[in-house]
Design a protein around this ligand. Structure first.
Ligand code: NAD
Length: 495
């Protein structure tokens, strides 16, 4: 399978990715001041596809100056409705370039083109349209506090936003931050993950093509410890919105204390997907498989712990194993491919290490468990049965296609296991007992509880977690709060 991928890429003309990719600052593509570049690879073929300019603190500073000037200039002087209209034009520009964006995202991240076309790209457009509509509906309130004054509040944009995003959904998570920030009148310095910078740079160009003023959206690829840290440390950034790992989240929180930046953290997960005997077992197994194998398991809300009642345990595991073996793993550019490679060699190694840990802990490997092929960072869909919740494979986020199936006997036990990790991002419950469903929806520690489904998200619904999954909410009107500050105006009227 991988060798087919390799040959295909050798025989066909190289895709239209300019080999050198510069930063996007103040509406211009510019090299890093240091002149440094880093390489980005196609994880399906291991081939280098581009050299990306490597921003450091000096480049971040240039980008922040540009974003500040845009914030204080045209972007906030225009009517809110006109800002919304520009966001819709941005969406149109993205729609016009969607084939290119889909190919670029797939080449850079290894995500299957079919999944990007079906899920990521529509979500990007939906997010932009949704927040474009918000731009002129960010209302204040008249609050009748006194008889001798007219007192009201308005919501004002926070200012310059630093957006730091991971590699698992570069376009979609990028847009979850860009769209509400811009709708509120903020300007953005976006740092994509170093493994997947290409679509973020293209998005920045499309914003300019759509007529969004220079400096409103700057894109500064670079390493976390330099470019990312420079955003966190910069005294003229008002807010950091971050999606990534809990370890980096903690570092960001510490760094943001410098100028007391506002922070939103969307971090990891180890979500429980709980199956009761009164559920539709086939539907549950199907959704559980996509809940852990979608995007090769590189999903913060992946249903990585599957809790199954002992009465249906064997039947469920058999169905899940059959589904795991049926997943079409392969060339992400083929439309029939359901699962591509992991994003990098390091990520593949991390997942293989966890598979070895699971075996050593005594879990029963019933599907997959190894690298697939020897070119590209592919790992077979893997299922461990006989897992107990204290094993590392049940407690730690693997971020790969590895399901840990845990048996339970009672509701209380299921709840204890489900809530028994450091995370609380999402959970799933499968049951036809409506009372039980409500009990679980109430008692599960999770930002989202799915019932008789697993995994859908919608930009209208608040998204986020607690504890090691971070804090704050993205999406919906929660995101408007994230990028605005309230101001009270008190006008003395006399009695
Ligand atoms: P990561 O934390 O290593 O990197 C995320 C981003 O932070 C990258 O852009 C990176 O360059 C940057 N970064 C690294 N060190 C930094 C520093 N010191 N200062 C500032 N920025 C720094 O995470 P990752 O490996 O790219 O992504 C995987 C993680 O993201 C997983 O834990 C996953 O669960 C989480 N995630 C969460 C959500 C959610 O919505 N909750 C969504 C997707 C991914």
């Amino acid at each position: 399978m991988q060798s087919t991928t390799y040959i295909r890429r050798e025989l066909e003309p190289a895709p239209a990715v300019p080999f050198t990719q510069d930063l996007l600052i103040d509406g211009q593509r510019v090299p890093a001041l240091s002149g440094r570049y880093f390489e980005t690879r196609n994880p399906a073929t291991e081939q280098v596809i581009a050299r990306v300019a490597e921003a450091d603190a000096a480049d971040v500073d240039r980008a922040v100056r540009s974003a500040r000037a845009a914030f204080e200039g045209e972007w906030n002087q225009m009517r809110a409705a006109d800002r919304g209209a520009l966001l819709l034009k941005f969406a149109e520009a993205i729609r016009g370039a969607q084939d290119e964006l889909i190919e670029l995202e797939s080449l850079d991240s290894g995500k299957p083109v079919s999944a990007i076309r079906r899920q990521d790209l529509p979500a990007v457009l939906d997010t932009l349209a949704y927040y474009a509509g918000f731009a002129d509906k960010i209302n204040g309130q008249v609050i009748p506090a006194r008889n001798d004054a007219l007192t009201y509040s308005v919501r004002e944009p926070l200012g310059v936003v630093g957006a730091i995003v991971p590699w698992n959904f570069p376009l979609m998570i990028g847009m979850w931050k860009i769209a509400p920030a811009l709708a509120c009148g903020c300007t953005v310095v976006l740092k994509p993950a170093e493994l997947t910078s290409l679509t973020a740079l293209r998005l920045g160009e499309l914003a300019i093509e759509a007529g969004i003023p220079a400096g409103v959206l700057n894109v500064v690829p670079g390493l976390g410890k330099t470019a990312g840290q420079a955003i966190v440390d910069h005294p003229d950034i008002d807010k950091v919105t971050f999606t990534g790992s809990p370890a980096v989240g903690r570092q960001i929180l510490r760094g943001a204390a410098g100028n007391l930046k506002r922070v939103t953290l969307e971090l990891g997960g180890k979500s429980a997907n709980i199956v009761f005997p009164d559920a539709d077992i086939d539907a549950a197994a199907k959704a559980a498989a996509s809940g852990i194998f979608f995007n090769s398991g590189q999903v913060c809300s992946a249903g990585s712990r599957i809790l199954v009642h002992e009465d249906v345990y064997d039947e469920f595991v058999a169905r899940l194993v059959a589904r795991a073996r049926a997943v079409r793993v392969g060339d992400p550019s083929e439309t029939a491919t359901a699962m591509g490679p992991l994003v990098s060699e390091a990520q593949m190694q991390r997942v293989l290490d966890y598979i070895a840990i699971g075996r050593n802990e005594g879990a029963r490997l019933v599907a997959g468990g190894a690298r697939s092929g020897n070119v590209g960072y592919f790992v077979s869909p893997t299922v461990f049965a006989g897992v107990s919740n204290d094993m590392r494979i049940a407690q730690e986020e693997i971020f790969g296609p590895v399901a840990a199936v845990i048996a339970f006997q009672t509701e209380d036990e299921a709840l204890r296991i489900a809530n028994g990790t450091a995370y609380s991002l999402a959970a799933g419950v499968w049951s036809s007992d409506i009372s039980r469903v409500h009990r679980f929806a109430r008692r599960l520690k999770a930002g989202t509880v799915w019932v008789n489904t697993y995994g859908p998200t919608d930009v209208r619904l608040p998204w986020g977690g607690a504890r090691d999954s971070g804090f704050g909410r993205e999406h919906g009107d929660a995101a408007i709060e994230n990028f605005t500050e309230s101001k009270v105006v008190w006008i003395n009227t006399g009695r």
